[in-house]
Design a protein around this ligand. Structure first.
Ligand code: COA
Length: 416
């Protein structure tokens, strides 16, 4: 059995993070991803945040595994000729340039369809059609414009961006789903189609529950938010709720043993209704099981600060892993706050290949995140990212059938 996307050729015009995450996923599923880069320059991230001088950065290597790199100046006449032939040969073209960049190169969606009607043309832009359509956008702008920042952080603090790259990698994930859906559809229609994901839309999709809460506000205060129990009035918009779960099962981040010196000695603790009696036993408050002030979820909503204070008195007597070991068998949902150091060293993540060690000719061994989506018949082996133009000759020869003389002449002209 081949891999799930074996035989699919991707013309990868992506750069930075959002587009490369998408094409990396497709490569892990077996697609042949041809990363097109400007000769002598390449994806800007190769040289950004460099930790080993002169070598491709982790920023680049961790987002471009399992791809082949071909250099091509798509603004030169010869480069355009080669580009047309690549469009003819590929199934999917993915790009996340600034709005209009491909049109300026002479490759509008109409032109691409003319060249290859079966082509699926997928783009990431910051915003969808409308007054912001022309804006250049990076991760944190998308987090702000998509509703995440206004709903993240402390109620009385500033809007806050999250470490999870929901604008870039989040949009890349959405785009990958759009592409495989369009490939599936092409199997029936025989035609390609355009796939567009705006970073603002993708962030909003991930913040769906906050738009839910916006509408609930019209019907009264959000009782699951701490500020309700604290008697603080709600404003017009979904507020920032720090570490409240904000959902139907109240939760908080609580200190564990060692918190005074270890910045990550904390646990997330959820007082799921079904596990309430076990929570009462564990924290030494069995009387709360029957006390009408604590026995039901609605009764607890005005007392969350007091309840979590008592739970924290208990969690502070255990380390974060002991909390998990005690609570898990009792079906109390808890989770340790893991530092990146702990994640890098976690054996179970190595076993599942979610964290993998990769060897690179220039920079040596480094850790990366493998494919988080596990398919039983299409396992992902993480291969190192390509050097700039490493596969230029091979792709021009094997994919386009160019002769050695043609390749040499394209090089002389500076097209590749
Ligand atoms: N040959 C010749 N020219 C090439 C080329 C190639 N192989 N590859 C890229 N270029 C050109 C582009 O055509 C463009 O030229 P133009 O400005 O004359 O049209 C130029 O390189 C730079 O592209 P651009 O996308 O404008 O890069 P930037 O560094 O100025 O902007 C972003 C970066 C990310 C802000 C922008 O690409 C963007 O908004 N993308 C969409 C949203 C997005 O994905 N953001 C998240 C990124 S993680």
């Amino acid at each position: 059995m081949g891999k799930a996307l074996e035989g699919v050729k991707i013309l990868d015009m992506t750069h930075v993070q959002s587009g490369p995450t998408c094409t990396q996923l497709l490569a892990w599923f077996g697609a042949d991803v041809l990363k097109v880069e400007r000769p002598g320059v390449g994806d800007a991230t190769r040289g950004q945040l460099q930790d080993v001088p002169g070598e491709d950065s982790l920023y680049f290597t961790m987002l471009n595994h399992n791809k082949r790199s071909v250099t091509l100046n798509t603004k030169s006449e010869k480069g355009k000729e080669i580009f047309v032939r690549l469009i003819e040969e590929c199934d999917v073209m993915v790009e996340n340039f600034a709005p209009g960049a491909l049109d300026r190169m002479g490759f509008s969606w109409e032109r691409i369809q003319e060249i290859n009607p079966r082509m699926i043309y997928a783009s990431v832009k910051g915003f969808g059609p409308g007054k912001y359509a022309d804006c250049k956008v990076y991760e944190n702008v998308a987090q702000c414009a998509g509703g995440s920042a206004s709903t993240t952080g402390a109620r009385d603090g500033v809007p806050t961006v999250t470490g999870a790259q929901i604008g870039d990698s989040g949009t890349g994930l959405h785009l990958a789903l759009g592409i495989v859906t369009a490939l599936f559809h092409r199997g029936q229609s025989g035609k390609g189609q355009r796939v567009e994901c705006a970073m603002q839309d993708s962030v909003l999709n991930l913040c769906r529950v906050k738009l839910r809460d916006q509408q609930r506000l019209a019907h009264g205060p959000l009782k699951e938010y701490s500020q309700f129990g604290e008697g603080i009035a709600f404003g017009e918009a979904t507020p920032r709720a720090l570490n409240d779960s904000g959902g139907g099962q109240p939760g908080r981040i609580l200190k564990c043993k060692g918190w005074e010196t270890d910045p990550d000695a904390y646990t997330y603790f959820i007082t799921q209704a079904a596990a309430w009696k076990n929570v009462c036993d564990v924290i030494g408050r069995p009387e709360w099981k029957e006390d009408p002030n604590y026995a039901t979820p609605p009764a607890r909503l005005t007392r969350l600060n007091e309840i979590f204070g008592v739970i924290e008195d208990w969690t502070m007597t255990k380390n974060k892993f002991e909390v998990m070991d005690i609570c898990n068998p009792l079906n109390i949902p808890v989770g340790p706050i893991l530092s990146m150091k702990e994640i890098a060293e976690e054996p179970s993540l190595r076993e599942t290949k979610t964290v993998v060690e990769v060897d690179h000719p220039g920079r040596g061994k480094y850790l990366s995140v493998g494919n988080p989506i596990k398919l039983s018949d299409s396992p992902s082996d993480v291969e190192r990212s390509p050097l700039l133009g490493e596969h230029t000759d091979e792709i021009l020869r094997d994919v386009l059938g160019m002769s050695a003389e043609e390749i040499a002449s394209a090089k002389e002209e500076g097209a590749v």
